[in-house]
Design a protein around this ligand. Structure first.
Ligand code: UD1
Ligand code: UDP
Length: 358
């Protein structure tokens, strides 16, 4: 069973689904519905030409506990009905925790794609989720040796395989098509720009941090292209900051964009400003290779920092602007290879599953 529920899970599972099809390995595709807007969900299934999920739900805007509990109940029913040999989950969302728990309680082995990431920041729901999921997984697909070490240090129970991250596969598989199909660059008002995203609860749910990010974007030394995540949009409106942000001439706002448009923006921006996990990895993909300023206090992707692709710059306006200015003054040559693999992670994952689960 392939479980997805949010935007990045669909993108990162797409290469796994393709590898399953290439090996004629039957699977049930399930969308647990944590993300439900077209732009956060169905858009990616269509664009990446994935099959329609056999089971799909919509779990709208509950509290985290209700959201997790509701997904667990729904997924349990599907697992009971379809009796999969293994349930593959990807990442660290509430839907991933719920699905992994539903599976393990029915004695179905869990395979965790992107296992072993640690931010050591216990304010983050993602840190709770990924730790718990790793400890109930039978197969762990760690993207790097560093993530393997994290898992070994915690004496996890299942077996660890270092495979790279499937997001590099996704970039390599989709960028040529994106460059042919996407016309987003025609819509961009600026010649040179930084690409920004922000959605982490510890950022956008904190009014002080949200204000600091808005002011940093408005005063940034390079214009900002900013596709706004629904969580951030909701908070910006609640905090009455939406108008200030959207009327700034230094910022061009978009709805959440499709993957093809977004890939083309990543390839053509000067740098990225983000609290996203996936973006920190995609920035290291050989066809992208962009500097990422991580607007957070920590990262669970230290490999990108060590390789020179990412810098953790905090969430205060002054620090963000200073980091942008520094990056504009001195442009370092970025490595040719990604620390997250060479685009063959999904193939490796499917080979391991075929050998060990069947
Ligand atoms: C979730 C994940 C986060 C991941 C992100 C990917 C958790 C704890 N967080 O964060 O790790 O990086 O997805 O984007 O699982 N909303 C909509 N439409 C949607 C989806 C969400 O309007 O299709 C709004 C709702 O108001 C909802 C809020 O966004 O309450 C938060 O959504 P949720 O899925 O709980 O968390 P994300 O912030 O999206
Ligand atoms: N992405 C996209 N459109 C957007 C913003 C992001 O297609 O407007 C893609 C991006 O390329 C990456 C993924 O969504 O593959 C990242 O998702 P997000 O930042 O929501 O989640 P995270 O990676 O932090 O869990």
């Amino acid at each position: 069973m392939i479980m997805v529920g949010t935007r990045p899970e669909i993108i990162k599972m797409a290469p796994v689904i393709r590898a399953l099809e290439e090996n004629s390995l039957p699977y049930t595709f399930v969308h647990c519905g944590q993300h439900y807007d077209y732009e956060m969900s169905q858009q990616f299934i269509e664009e990446l030409e994935l099959p329609k999920p056999e089971y799909g739900f919509k779990v709208k805007a509950y509290s985290p506990g209700l959201q997790t509990g509701r997904i667990m109940t729904l997924v349990e029913r599907v697992i009971k009905k379809t009796k999969p040999k293994v349930v593959l989950v990807e990442g660290d969302t509430n839907g991933v925790l719920a699905s992994a728990l539903a599976a393990v309680k029915l004695n179905v082995p869990v395979g965790h794609v992107e296992a072993g990431l640690r931010s050591f920041d216990l304010r983050m729901p993602e840190e709770h989720n990924r730790r718990l999921v790793d400890h109930v997984s039978t197969y762990m697909f760690a993207p790097t040796e560093n993530s393997r070490k994290n898992l070994e240090r915690e004496s996890v129970w299942g077996k660890i395989h270092v495979t790279g991250n499937t997001v590099i596969d996704a970039v390599i598989q989709h960028l040529p098509m994106a460059e042919r199909k996407a016309n987003i660059l025609e819509k961009i008002r600026f010649e040179n720009f930084a690409l920004a995203t922000a959605h982490r609860a510890e950022n956008v749910d904190d009014p002080h941090v949200l204000k600091s990010l808005v002011e940093a974007f408005i005063e940034a030394p390079l214009p900002i292209v900013y596709p706004v995540h629904p969580r951030a949009r909701k908070r910006l409106r609640q905090q009455k900051m939406w108008k200030k942000l959207s009327s700034s001439r230094n910022i061009q706002i978009f709805q959440p964009l499709g993957y093809f448009d977004f890939l083309v923006l990543m390839k053509n921006c000067e740098m990225m400003l983000t609290d996203s996990g996936g973006l920190q990895e995609e920035a290291t993909a050989p066809p992208i290779r962009r500097l990422t300023l991580v607007i957070r206090l920590s990262t669970e992707r230290p490999e990108a920092v060590e390789a020179g692709f990412a810098r953790v710059v905090g969430v205060e306006k002054k620090g963000i602007i200073a980091a942008m200015e520094q990056a504009l003054r001195k442009r370092d040559e970025l490595p040719r290879a990604s620390p997250y693999g060479d685009g063959t992670a999904a193939k490796k994952i499917v080979e391991i599953i075929m050998k060990e689960a069947f």
